[in-house]
Write a protein that binds this ligand. Structure first.
Ligand code: GLY
Length: 283
């Protein structure tokens, strides 16, 4: 039975925005579920989910990206296919509407795993990935200034053929140093998938996530037979205890069992399939 679990970021979601961020997650989970229900692959499902969330203004990837300290928008995205551990990751991208499409193009068409900067975006041109005006990613005035902090969107999926995939996209953390890159494009930190084990997608402080290599560490625990919920709780709590930094993770094992946890005040998410449809803004 297929499963998809998505998150729209872990942060202090103000009460008045919780319903909207959860709605963005539900819409993404529905799009991905339609892919899976039609027999599509886990990779297609997580890309569809992340694309949907990149368009959602109160989720801060794609539209709603956060400027760095110089006021520039720089975007990151990554995709992992659990069948053959193929990866596509892109970092420090100039404005583009769907960074996850570039991660997909790199996975499908490049011998490399990670491409960075304007030349990375140029790689996507033959595959329909193009720059956009920064204004296209700007938040509507009633949203601007409120939603920053909801840094990342992510999805994990298991398809009918038993294939797993994970995807992430981020508009970055607000006011970061201009050359800073977080966990999202660093495979094994923010994201990982392995058909033999499970899939993980993180959110929150990239510096904390990198320091504990969160995604691959979670898969090591799944490999040892632990339940995804127990793994999510233990690994995210340990990250915060060791580094003082907060975040969250969504997990899916090869049996379709899910888990999620955050040490931020909230994390919006939605699930379809598996133990049933569900959504929320807290674990
Ligand atoms: N988790 C996203 C970032 O730190 O860039």
């Amino acid at each position: 039975m297929p499963v998809v679990l998505v998150h729209g970021g872990a942060w202090a979601i103000p009460a008045r925005w919780r319903a909207d961020t959860v709605a963005g997650c539900e819409a993404a989970a529905d799009v991905a579920w339609a892919v899976l229900a039609a027999g599509g692959s886990a990779v297609d499902a997580v890309v569809a989910a992340v694309r949907s969330m990149e368009d959602h203004p109160t989720l801060s990837a794609g539209v709603g990206a956060a400027p760095d300290a110089h006021g520039e928008l720089r975007l990151d995205a990554a995709l992992v296919r659990g069948t053959d551990l193929a990866c596509g990751a892109a970092a420090w991208l100039p404005p583009t509407r769907h960074p996850i499409d570039l991660a997909r193009a790199i996975l499908d068409h490049s011998p490399h795993v990670l491409l960075v900067g304007p030349d990375a975006l140029a790689f996507g041109a033959p595959y329909g990935v193009s720059p956009c005006a920064p204004e296209e990613l700007a938040l509507p005035p009633d949203v601007a200034g409120i939603v920053w902090g909801c840094d990342t969107v992510g999805a994990v999926a298991l398809d009918d053929a038993g294939r797993l995939a994970s995807a992430l996209s981020t508009g970055g953390t607000p006011g970061r140093h201009p050359a800073r890159v977080g966990d999202v494009p660093l495979i094994g930190c923010g994201t990982y998938a392995d058909d033999a084990v499970g899939a993980a997608a993180a959110t929150g402080s990239g510096e904390g996530i990198i320091r504990v290599v969160l995604a691959r560490s979670c898969l090591a625990d799944l490999e040892a037979g632990q339940h995804p919920q127990a793994v999510a709780e233990a690994r995210v709590q340990a990250m915060t205890a060791r580094t003082g930094l907060t975040g969250g993770v969504i997990l899916l094992d090869r049996h379709g069992q899910t888990g999620l946890f955050h040490t931020t005040p909230a994390m919006c998410w939605a699930r379809r399939g598996g133990a049933g449809s569900a959504s929320g803004w807290a674990a």
